[in-house]
Design a protein around this ligand. Structure first.
Ligand SMILES: [Fe+2]
Length: 381
């Protein structure tokens, strides 16, 4: 027997003005903890959300200014406020980082005896302790279009400049609200970096060992949207921003099920070098080329290329490179100090080799091959 599973826990609400749905969502809860990024507070969405929650008759406690690329220590700082307020629902408005913080707060608030070191994935050769049943519900309202955290069961947190994952169906949000008014406010650079991450999510989940025909459908539509809309989205076109916003969630559904691969393993372990989406975009062509050494992987890239109306896998790789070039993605050596890079290279390569996402990559790399890939991306050959 051969059996695969595809699932989505999250009810997704989308469309302009859909933030107002918060009023209906919170109507069955008494206390709502609202975590909001600095920019979403500044743009007036904190106030708007607070109003919906109050109108629904629930009590609200807001924490604004949630930091980007958060660490576990940062989550520990917020926890006492959650414990004091005792929310039944946590709502997060912001980029992937804010949603990831909300997920982590939920874990340690609901299961106080749990330690980060026990539940985070440190190595694919060592299984973490499973996360127990959690009771607090979660609403994710993304303001950027990339991370896919609004539907995924992963929370990525930094420790000592390295990113580790907490992964559980328990932390996948109950609701995701995709209101295109939010991503319209993204700076061009954020639109570019997060949008490029969508493409990496789509392609890595499509060629993954865990891909299914259902995750493939989401991945193809997401990749198609990136090639069609990302350049205009970066320029600020509102329709393009809206399409990219939905594409990010589609890619999120693709990788929630199909998982990711070597590129994300390398970017998580080299997280100190650049923002997540940008680093993925820099590394991805090298990882694609590496994977294409083996026919079974080439076959998957070729299949995806054809679904996207391209001739073969070589054209797909070319299009990925062209998009990077068009959007001004630099080589690593333009943004990272060589001495620091070389000093960290061995450690990053070993840690990436241990990353659980390697299990899903179509080709198993050695530590030396990962090192070589970092070096190639650094030189920008
Ligand atoms: Fe990503």
């Amino acid at each position: 027997m051969f059996m695969q599973i595809f699932g989505l826990k999250t009810q997704v609400i989308l469309g302009e003005g859909s933030l107002s749905r918060l009023k209906k969502i919170v109507s069955s809860y008494d206390r709502v903890l609202l975590l909001v990024s600095r920019s979403m507070a500044r743009e007036g969405f904190l106030k708007e959300a607070e109003d919906y929650i109050s109108e629904a008759g629930a009590e609200v406690e807001s924490i604004a200014g949630i930091s980007a690329e958060p660490s576990y220590e940062y989550v520990e700082e917020i926890l006492p406020r959650a414990r004091e307020f005792q929310p039944e629902l946590i709502a997060a408005i912001g980029g992937g980082s804010v949603i990831d913080v909300a997920k982590a707060v939920k874990v340690f608030y609901d299961a106080p005896g749990t330690a980060f070191d026990e539940i985070a994935f440190f190595s694919r050769f060592q299984k973490p302790k499973p996360i127990p049943r959690l009771k607090t519900h979660l609403v994710a309202i993304p303001s950027t279009s990339g991370a896919g955290s609004e539907v995924s069961g992963a929370s990525v947190l930094k420790r000592d400049g390295v990113k580790y994952n907490i992964v559980s169906f328990e932390i996948a949000p109950n609701f995701a609200v995709l209101d295109p008014r939010l991503p319209v406010t993204m700076p061009a650079e954020v639109a570019r970096n997060s949008g490029l991450d969508v493409l990496v999510h789509a392609i890595e989940s499509y060629v993954s060992k865990a891909a299914t025909p259902l995750s493939d459908a989401m991945a193809v539509k997401a990749a198609e949207a990136v090639f069609s809309w990302l350049p205009e989205s970066v320029e600020g076109n509102e329709k393009a921003r809206e399409n990219m916003h939905y594409a990010a969630t589609m890619a999120g559904i693709a990788f929630l099920n199909g998982r990711l691969g070597l590129c994300h393993a390398m970017s998580h372990k080299g997280a100190w070098m650049a923002p997540h989406g940008l680093l993925n975009a820099i590394l991805h062509p090298y990882v694609m080329e590496f994977n294409m050494r083996e026919e079974k992987a080439r076959f998957r890239y070729r299949k995806l290329a054809k679904e996207l109306g391209m001739k073969d896998e070589k054209e797909l790789l070319e299009k990925v490179r062209e998009l990077n070039e068009m959007l001004g993605v630099p080589a690593l050596n333009e943004i990272v100090d060589e001495k620091k890079f070389l000093a960290k290279l061995d450690e990053m390569s070993k840690k990436a080799y241990h990353d659980p996402l390697i299990n899903f990559n179509p080709v198993e790399p050695t530590v030396d091959e990962i090192k070589e890939l970092y070096l190639e991306a650094y030189k920008g050959k």
